[in-house]
Design a protein around this ligand. Structure first.
Ligand SMILES: [Ca+2]
Ligand SMILES: [Ca+2]
Ligand SMILES: [Ca+2]
Length: 331
């Protein structure tokens, strides 16, 4: 206001009063804001040190009710990785919309943004992710509270992944028998390459529930040049002390010493947690959650694919076998 030459008082050349306006109003501002200087003799002595000020806003269509409604996918669909799917919506008094999606109802990630609301359609190339509880949200780009979500869940399918989480250990035993505190350095995530080719893991990441939600950086980022050959496993331990000397295809979480941070199970009085293996492009390669009641955690036992080394295997409990098959033989 001062830079425009306006002054709000008799005695100060600057605009020293407060004009309260939130940034949402910027789109509706009609220039100029005027400082009214009344024709009153000795204004300061007789009336006030402060002049009246008028700001003008034209709310126009903003006063109208805005709405968006997602029409597809609206639940029950099965979408195949790599294929295209037309996401559709209807809208009223909305200029642009953003699209986001979730695999599990907790974390929403960007799908597309700044789309013309009037187009009512976006052609989505379905990511190579797996979910039976996916949803899409459409929201006014300038008013996230004006939004709508798929009424029901839909399914994302893809070919069986070559690299997947084979085993992970949330609650290690104490370092000393009889101790009470788990040796958290021993937490690990074992990923496996079922072949037939080596896979470049450069900039792939491992997350727990908190970091996947974007609250903190990844628990681990595979350094550029990390390549996992066909038929080999790679283990990321939580702490440096757990990495066997000279171990190939093993490291510890490179997140400034915070480790993997896999929380206690719900049955252990914790909130549960989840593990995500995320590709360099940010899409999810594989995940498993024990945030839901009924998926218990037992100290000293891993979650392991059953059968071992099967990308489509269920999850069972086993004695930890980081860097080997469940029978102890090497990969
Ligand atoms: Ca809806
Ligand atoms: Ca955690
Ligand atoms: Ca193993």
């Amino acid at each position: 206001m001062s830079e425009s030459g306006a002054r709000s008082t008799v005695s100060n050349s600057q605009f020293i009063d407060h004009q309260l306006a939130t940034n949402e109003l910027a789109a509706y501002y009609v220039p100029p804001t005027e400082v009214i200087k009344p024709s009153i003799v000795s204004y300061k002595a007789t009336t006030s040190d402060h002049y009246p000020i008028f700001s003008r806003f034209n709310f126009g269509s903003a006063a109208q009710t805005r709405s968006v409604r997602l029409t597809a996918p609206n639940g029950g669909e099965t979408l195949q990785a790599g294929k295209t799917f037309s996401i559709t919506w209807t809208s009223s008094n909305v200029a642009q919309v953003d699209l986001t999606y979730t695999l599990d109802g907790t974390v929403w990630r960007s799908l597309a943004s700044g789309l013309a609301a009037s187009s009512g359609r976006y052609t989505w190339t379905v990511p190579s992710e797996s979910s039976t509880s996916a949803k899409v949200r459409v929201a006014d780009s300038s008013r996230t509270d004006v939004s709508d979500v798929s009424d029901g869940v839909f399914t994302l399918t893809r070919p069986v992944p070559q690299v997947f989480i084979n085993e992970y250990l949330p609650q290690p035993n104490p370092a000393v028998p009889g101790g009470t505190t788990p040796d958290y350095d021993q937490q690990f995530v074992e990923i496996y390459n079922a072949g037939p080719t080596s896979v470049d893991l450069s900039d792939w990441t491992i997350h727990d529930a908190k970091t996947y939600s974007g609250l903190e950086a990844a628990r681990h980022t595979f350094v550029p040049g990390t390549v996992l050959p066909a038929g080999k496993g790679y283990v990321v331990y939580s702490g440096a002390s757990a990495v066997p000397a000279g171990a190939q295809y093993a490291t510890y979480a490179n997140n400034n010493g915070y480790g993997l941070r896999l929380d206690r199970g719900i049955n252990q009085g914790g909130a549960g947690d989840a593990v995500y293996l995320v590709r360099a492009d940010g899409t999810v390669q594989d995940s498993h959650s024990y945030q839901v009641p009924g998926v218990d955690v037992y100290q000293g036992y891993s979650f392991n694919r059953s059968p071992d080394l099967s990308a489509t295997g269920n999850w069972s409990y086993t004695n930890p076998t980081p860097r080997t098959r469940t029978d102890g033989s090497p990969f």
